[in-house]
Design a protein. Structure first.
Length: 141
């Protein structure tokens, strides 16, 4: 069994009704595929955890990556797991919007920080890869 955690930005404005429809459809589909998870939204941010059989999770995450409602998808974790964190939730939504701001301010701020550092991390990773390739090429000379 596999668990994937990711964050992304809304590609366009989504209403509360739009998000509720996404969750309702996901819960029904996930129930048939043996997938469970949670979806948190805040402003224009998604944070999601999905878990279930490896092939179904891989297929679902590939579909999420193609979904035009997402942009800047950042895979935070992909892990093997023997137990589910959300065994009873085909898909549960937690709204980190204004009404939950006081209670969940730190969680929202962390999510915003993770996404804002994505580009910096990608730039540093490319620099690291170039350094490694340069070292390997030098060793082969």
């Amino acid at each position: 069994m596999k668990r994937i955690k990711y964050a992304s930005l809304f590609a366009a404005e989504l209403t509360h009704a739009d998000i509720e429809e996404i969750v309702t459809r996901a819960a029904a589909r996930n129930a048939t595929l043996g997938i469970t998870g949670i979806l948190m939204t805040s402003g224009r941010l998604f944070y999601q955890v999905i878990e279930g059989p490896d092939p179904e999770i891989d297929e679902l995450f590939a579909a999420i990556r193609r979904d035009p409602r997402h942009r800047d998808i950042l895979l935070l974790a992909e892990e093997a797991t023997a137990e589910r964190a959300f065994p009873d939730w085909g898909m549960r939504r937690v709204d980190l919007g204004a009404d939950a701001e006081a209670r969940l301010r730190s969680a929202r701020e962390l999510l915003v920080e993770v996404l804002s550092r994505r580009h910096e991390t990608e730039r540093l990773t490319r620099t690291l890869e170039r350094a490694i390739w340069y070292e390997l090429a030098s060793a082969l000379e």
